[in-house]
Design a protein around this ligand. Structure first.
Ligand SMILES: [Mg+2]
Length: 472
């Protein structure tokens, strides 16, 4: 065990939602929810204002809408999140060559391997704290966002510390105090303890980490099997020697196929996509890894190539989850004219799957879906949601995507960047019934004004995201 808390875990606060608030002045201080907006959509990130209504990551979007009907609901803009993430990761790499990103907004850093390594050995925790405070300040200045940082002697405890630091805080767990902190936590805080393992432990009367730590290892092995039981027991004791691994290895697994003849039929394309997703999962599992972001790559008949991606709240290697995400991403793409290449990839790889919550939610969801699909469609019609879904191509399932397989109007997604020939840069606030509402504002402007146009107004075009304060 390290004598100095030199493992740092950084976690940006409500990252996607915070980026949206930073780039859209009218949303600052307001509830903002980013995710899949269709009837089957899932929340990626809720701003702290939205969390007060009980909305959280991985929640069904329909439930979020019930809890916070007046929140801003936006599609994710991954390109912008990636840019901001790159800037943050670059700041981390100034602190150490050992930076292990877990997702766009989360990473471990081994400070002992960097320029402060030697000084840390003598100055200890106080220096680690100062380095982390400087880092938080640098992130605020450079990208205008807040980050929470945890510092400790192991990865597990550094992550626990950053959770305790949220939002916009810093928590340092000193060497020798690890058990004290663990003693206050539920078994759910242990990496590798998902709902199923938690239930097994609960039936054995174990709900707290300290109860697990007090048992002899063989009892845990008896309950959870050799590898898992031993691993959980060690973590409960605060023993975690996993090193911070730099992003030197491939951070993604992907497979693709080029077709001799362009694929035209949507059902045929979906079948190919599922086959590719299956191959991709087999490779992922063979490498003993899991990932958070699913990427679909499509080359169309005219050789234009595009990728679509979606990020889960936690890493998965579940074939059902990955195939379902791939299908949903495909659904958001116009396929008229045929395609000649299709690919599926998983990025944001991790060595440990924190929990299988998402897969479980999906399985439950699928069972429900079969039962209440009709009721859902009815409700969507009533609320006008189906129309909105069709307008932006959100992930609402087959109904919203190919009612007849034709695109009738231009699609505008809430949150999407647009450029108006005279009024300049803005973003889509909403659309439906042939109209689209645009708010004209930029990251550095005051709160902008709202104007409504016909969806096919020739003065409107989609645009790229503008960089945040201090970026570019
Ligand atoms: Mg975060």
């Amino acid at each position: 065990m390290r004598p100095v808390p030199s493992i740092l875990h950084l976690d940006m606060d409500a990252f996607f939602a915070s980026v949206e608030q930073a780039s859209k002045p009218s949303l600052r201080g307001k509830p903002v929810i980013v995710g899949g907006l269709g009837a089957r959509g899932v929340v990626s990130t809720a701003s702290y204002e939205a969390r007060r209504f009980g909305v959280h990551s991985a929640m069904a979007m329909a439930q979020a809408r019930r809890l916070a009907p007046n929140a801003a609901y936006l599609i994710p803009r991954f390109e912008l999140y990636r840019q901001v993430s790159d800037e943050v990761m670059a700041l981390l790499r100034e602190l150490s060559p050992l930076v292990e990103p877990l997702s766009l907004d989360e990473a471990f850093v081994d400070l002992a391997a960097g320029p402060y390594g030697e000084a840390l050995a003598t100055e200890g925790a106080e220096l680690a704290r100062a380095v982390a405070e400087d880092l938080r300040e640098d992130i605020r200045t450079r990208v205008g966002l807040t980050a929470s940082v945890g510092l400790s002697t192991t990865k597990f405890l550094a992550k626990i510390a950053s959770e305790q630091a949220k939002p916009d805080g810093l928590v340092l767990i000193e060497a020798g105090r690890e058990r004290e902190v663990l003693d206050t936590l539920s078994v759910r805080a242990l990496p590798g303890v998902g709902p199923a393992t938690e239930e097994t432990l609960r039936r054995a009367g174990l709900t707290q980490i300290r109860e697990v730590a007090a048992l002899p290892q063989e009892e845990l092995v008896h309950l959870l099997g050799r590898a898992h039981g031993a691993g959980v027991h060690a973590l409960a004791l605060g023993l975690d020697d996993r090193p911070v691994v730099a992003e030197r290895d491939a951070k993604s697994v992907s497979v693709e196929d080029t077709f001799e003849v362009d694929l035209l039929d949507r059902d045929h394309i979906v079948t190919e996509l599922e086959r590719l997703a299956d191959r991709c999962v087999r490779r992922l599992r063979a490498a003993g890894r899991s990932g958070r972001t699913v990427v679909v790559k499509i080359r169309r008949f005219d050789f234009s190539t595009l990728t679509r991606s979606e990020t889960l709240p936690a890493p998965t290697d579940d074939p059902l989850v990955i195939a379902q995400m791939a299908r949903r991403l495909l659904d958001s793409v116009e396929l008229l004219g045929g395609i000649r290449l299709l690919g599926v990839g998983v990025t944001g790889l991790a060595d440990w799957t924190q929990e299988d919550l998402f897969a479980q939610a999906l399985r439950e969801g699928l069972a429900e879906d079969a039962a209440d699909e009709a009721a859902d469609a009815e409700q969507a019609r009533e609320t006008g949601e189906a129309e909105e879904d069709a307008a932006y191509g959100g992930p609402a399932g087959p109904r919203a995507f190919h009612p007849g397989g034709e695109l009738k109007a231009r699609r505008w997604a809430p949150g999407q960047d647009v450029e108006h020939a005279e009024l300049g840069h803005g973003w889509v606030q909403g659309s439906g019934v042939g109209r689209v509402t645009i708010r004209f504002e930029t990251p550095n402007s005051p709160v902008g004004r709202v104007r409504t146009f016909a969806v096919d107004d020739p003065a409107l075009s989609s645009a790229g995201a503008l960089p945040l304060v201090g970026t570019a």
